[in-house]
Design a protein around this ligand. Structure first.
Ligand code: AP5
Ligand code: MG
Length: 266
């Protein structure tokens, strides 16, 4: 039996994957067997049925780790693998800055310096984001919580099932951050050596010039690393004591790190 596509919900990520694969707008889906969803393209159901893996269970994940460890890079892969949305507080702040919202004006200089946005502002923003329908089936929180107060607040919203501690040495962190380039409008991330764009200095898809984040300049990097040690690293013990922390070695290639993560969470 086919069911009409819901407007919102966990299937948003899967729907966009279907569109990417087939170029069609999915009009209906059917649960073919546990964890497999068959999408049907408009007007041509039998030809364009496609199976996509469903999340085995609702998964609430926190990606914890120093700046530049690769949280955003792995989250971009994991959100498809686990079919749960990637929620980066850094990206949310940067979108507000770009759109010149009140929140953006408030946090612009804080981000540029590499300091932390006050807890109450950050917690409210995450609370609103987790209330959106696509987060009902789970989340990948990238860069939140960053303080004990934020972790306590998250517990009262929805406790994570797993907290992934991204482990990487300081020298490699510095290399990754200083070589990072981003596309301002899409947020797509590159690295001048490890992940260069097809054409130097421009985004592969939009052709827009790549920029260096304000907080990837040397002074701000040093401050972010200090802030991490002082305010965020204590969360490693906080979550280890709760028995939900897993350590992830982030020194390899992104695809291998994703595989290791899938094993850890299996
Ligand atoms: P945010 O955007 O979260 O920055 P961050 O934690 O400092 O982390 P980054 O985005 O710098 O690093 P990443 O781990 O995502 O690494 P990436 O994948 O890009 O936060 C920015 C600011 O917002 C904060 O400083 C603060 O002001 C504010 N903020 C955010 N959350 C807050 C909160 N909860 N409370 C208060 N304030 C908050 O990778 C880095 C580079 O390495 C890239 O170039 C990438 O291509 C490359 N790379 C990645 N993986 C690999 C790999 N395996 N091999 C080779 N290269 C790799
Ligand atoms: Mg990031």
């Amino acid at each position: 039996m086919s069911v009409r596509m819901p407007d919102h919900g966990f299937s948003d990520v899967l729907q966009s994957r279907f569109r990417r694969w087939t170029g069609l707008v999915p009009s209906a889906f059917r649960i073919a067997e546990p964890h497999i969803l068959n999408f049907m393209g408009e007007g041509n159901c039998s030809v364009h049925d496609i199976a996509v893996p469903l999340p085995k269970k609702i998964m609430n994940l926190v990606f914890l780790g120093p700046p530049g460890a690769g949280k955003g890079t792995i989250a971009a892969l994991a959100k498809d693998a686990f079919a749960i949305p990637h929620i980066s507080t850094g990206d949310l702040f940067r979108a507000n800055i770009k759109n010149e919202t009140e929140l953006g004006k408030l946090v612009k200089s804080i981000l540029a310096a590499g300091d932390l946005v006050p807890d109450e502002v950050t917690i409210k923003m995450v609370e609103n984001r987790l209330a959106e329908p696509d987060a009902a089936g789970g989340y990948i929180l990238d860069g939140f919580p960053r303080t004990i107060a934020q972790a306590d607040a998250l517990s009262s919203m929805r406790e994570p099932d797993h907290v992934v501690n991204f482990v990487l040495g300081r020298d490699e962190i510095l290399k990754r951050l200083s070589g990072r380039r981003v596309c301002k409008s899409t947020g797509r991330t590159y690295h001048i050596i490890y992940n260069p764009p097809k054409v130097e200095g421009v985004d592969d898809e939009t052709g827009e010039p790549l920029i260096q984040r304000d907080d990837d300049k040397e002074e701000a990097i040093m401050n972010r690393l200090d802030v991490y040690e002082k305010s965020t690293a204590p969360l490693i013990d906080y979550y280890r004591k709760k028995g939900i922390l897993v350590d992830l070695d982030c020194s390899g290639k992104p695809e291998d790190i994703l595989k290791a993560l899938e094993k850890l969470l299996a």
